[in-house]
Design a protein around this ligand. Structure first.
Ligand code: ADE
Length: 245
């Protein structure tokens, strides 16, 4: 998978991809990350990337020409490419969108700034507009980092063999269960007995139950949005009864 990030602040990205899973994915050639300075696609001496909005009003708008040139430079002749604009107006980026992106071979991320980008860019150039949440950041750079990190974790081989994307929060549409590690006793606090029992079937059952419990308490919307098997439905009813008691 190749990520192309188009930004007016390329320096923001120095360092962020040099750690952990993303770094390993780059080193293993599972992904490539190319950062493009939008100002390199301007023509004038001032390398201007924004201008005042037609019709007046506050703030500046990102000009169309540099964005058209930049996107065309990185996508011409490339099949199966998504061009995503990061903006608070986009559809919500979550695990399902990440999974969709992870199936592509190329993803272009345009980091919006100022009041927004010229609508001709939105209409003609982008295939997708995504927001990482219902809050307004100063630009699309941090959201682009979020997208690269989340999508990279889903690329086959990116996670070590002891880790698995399938077991994590959200991949099954549920929150993660609680984790414990050594020491077995700390300030009189002990992990649940079952985790030390060596009984793998019981451990699995406990973890699943905790996942469902936590999801019901914190994010009932996730359960509502799932299609449930009969077993799951029964388990949820049992847990709800326990929570009531
Ligand atoms: N740019 C500013 N706010 C944003 C958000 N919430 N998501 C994506 N891009 C943004």
């Amino acid at each position: 998978m190749q990520f192309d990030i188009i930004t007016i602040f390329p320096e923001i990205f120095s360092g962020v991809f040099d750690f952990g899973i993303v770094r390993r994915a780059v080193e293993a050639s599972l992904i490539e990350i190319h950062i493009h300075d939008l100002r390199d696609y301007t023509h004038g001496r001032h390398r201007q990337v924004d201008d005042r909005p037609f019709g007046g009003g506050a703030g500046m708008v990102m000009k169309p020409e540099p964005l058209f040139r930049a996107v065309e430079a990185v996508t011409t002749g490339v099949p199966d490419v998504n061009v995503a604009l990061l903006s608070p107006q986009g559809r919500l980026f979550g695990q399902p969108v990440a999974e969709e992106y992870a199936r592509k071979s190329r993803l272009v991320l345009i980091c919006g700034r100022y009041e927004g980008v010229d609508e001709r860019v939105v209409e003609q150039l982008i295939t997708d507009e995504v927001s990482i949440g219902d809050y307004v950041l100063s630009g699309g750079e941090i959201p682009a980092m979020v997208v690269v990190d989340t999508v990279t974790r889903l690329i086959p081989g990116a996670l070590g063999c002891e880790q698995s994307a399938e077991r994590e929060s959200f991949s099954g549409g549920l929150l993660d269960y609680p984790h414990y590690t050594r020491p077995a006793e700390y300030r009189d606090l002990k992990p649940p007995e079952v985790l030390l029992s060596g009984n793998h079937a019981e451990i699995e059952r406990w973890r699943r139950r905790k996942s469902i419990e936590k999801t019901l308490r914190r994010r009932p919307d996730l359960i509502r949005d799932r299609t449930l098997s009969e077993d799951e439905q029964r388990e949820i009813e049992e847990i709800l009864k326990e929570i009531d008691e």
